[in-house]
Design a protein around this ligand. Structure first.
Ligand code: DHB
Ligand code: FE
Length: 286
C-alpha cells in the first residue's frame, strides 16, 4: 500500500518565482517568507516522497474560460511548464506518476466524480512555484506528480464540500494502490487575495487564521462557508483555498500533526501561507 506521508499547502504567488529567479531570498522583505520554507525542506528530507499529488488551479495556461473542467486529473508521462505571462523563467518538466494517475482516475469515476482526464497537460506557476520552494536546487525534480486541477477561476465554481469529498475519494484511491510509493499531497494557492476591481489587495487575516487553525482537525469547518461566501471573505482569488480543502481531504481520517506553518503578508496582493501536516502512519524508511 502506498504511504501518504503528509501535506504541504502553500501559496503560489508568481512574484515568489520572480524573487527566486532574481536571487532575492535574503532581501529583508523576502527573507522571512523564504525562511519559512526551511522546515518544509527539512521535513521533505526526512520523509523523502516519491510522488506528489497536487491539487491546484490552472490560470489560463492549460485551460481557458472557453473550456473549463471543474475537476481535471493529469495522466501524462511528463508535464511541461510554460509561463502564461508573469515573466517567470520556464522550469524543467515534471515526470508523471502515470499508472497511479490512471488508478486515481478509475477510482474517482467509480466514486461518481465525472472528472476530465488529461493525457497532455501544461503546468503553470501554481505547481512550479511550490516545487521551486520545496526543492530549490533540483537539477531534476525528485518526485513524480499526479496533478489535479480544480476550477477556481470560471464561475460556477465547485463548492467546498465537493472539494473535500474529492480529496477524500483521492485518499481512498491512494490507499487502494498496491505500489509502495511515499506520497505527499499538495494544495496550492490562497490564502486571502483579490487581484482585480475595487477590492484589489483585499486580505482577511481573521479568515486566513480560521483556515490555518481548523484545517488539521476540523476540515468541515472550512466547508461551513459557501464558495461565494469564501469569495466575499477571502477575495475572488482567495477562493483558491478550495485546493487546500481538497488536499486536506486526501490525507483521510488519520491523526495528523502540524510540522510547520508560516503566515507572511502581503506578497504581491496575497496573504502568503504555508502549512505542513504529517500523518502518523507506520514508519516510512527507505
Ligand atoms: C497573485 C496571486 C496568485 O495566486 C496568482 O495566481 C497570481 C498572482 C498575486 O498576489 O500577485
Ligand atoms: Fe493563483
Amino acid at each position: 500500500m502506498a504511504q501518504i506521508v503528509g501535506s504541504i499547502c502553500t501559496s503560489h504567488v508568481p512574484a515568489i518565482g520572480n524573487a527566486i529567479a532574481r536571487g532575492l531570498q535574503n532581501d529583508p522583505y523576502w527573507k522571512p517568507f523564504f525562511d519559512g520554507f526551511a522546515p518544509v525542506r527539512q521535513w521533505l528530507d526526512r520523509v523523502r516522497p516519491d510522488v506528489v499529488v497536487a491539487f491546484y488551479n490552472d490560470h489560463g495556461l492549460n485551460f481557458f474560460l472557453d473550456k473549463m473542467p471543474t475537476f481535471a486529473v493529469g495522466a501524462a508521462p511528463a508535464y511541461s511548464n510554460d509561463d502564461e505571462g508573469w515573466g517567470i523563467p520556464v522550469s524543467i518538466p515534471v515526470d508523471g506518476a502515470q499508472a497511479l494517475s490512471w488508478h486515481v482516475i478509475e477510482a474517482l469515476v467509480s466514486s461518481d466524480f465525472d472528472i476530465t482526464m488529461c493525457q497532455e497537460m501544461l503546468l503553470d506557476h501554481a505547481v512550479m512555484v511550490p516545487f521551486q520552494l520545496c526543492w530549490p536546487s533540483a537539477q531534476t525534480w525528485p518526485v513524480r506528480i499526479v496533478p489535479i486541477a480544480i476550477n477556481t477561476v470560471q464561475h460556477p465554481l465547485p463548492n467546498p464540500q465537493r472539494c473535500l469529498a474529492l480529496g477524500r475519494a483521492v485518499n481512498r484511491a491512494l490507499r487502494s494502490w498496491a505500489g509502495g510509493e511515499r506520497i505527499v499531497v499538495m494544495g496550492t494557492g490562497g490564502l486571502s487575495h483579490q487581484l482585480e476591481g475595487r477590492r484589489a489587495g483585499h486580505i482577511n487575516k481573521d479568515y486566513d487564521r480560521f483556515c490555518l487553525d481548523n484545517l488539521k482537525d476540523h476540515p468541515e469547518a472550512l466547508t461551513s462557508h459557501s464558495t461565494l461566501d469564501i469569495v466575499e471573505l477571502a477575495g475572488s482569488q482567495g477562493v483558491e483555498v478550495l485546493n487546500w480543502i481538497a488536499a486536506r481531504g486526501a490525507l483521510g481520517d488519520t491523526a495528523l500533526s502540524e510540522v510547520t506553518r508560516t503566515y507572511h503578508i502581503p506578497i504581491s496582493n496575497t496573504a502568503a501561507a504555508v502549512q505542513v501536516l504529517e500523518t502518523r502512519e507506520p514508519a516510512y524508511s527507505r
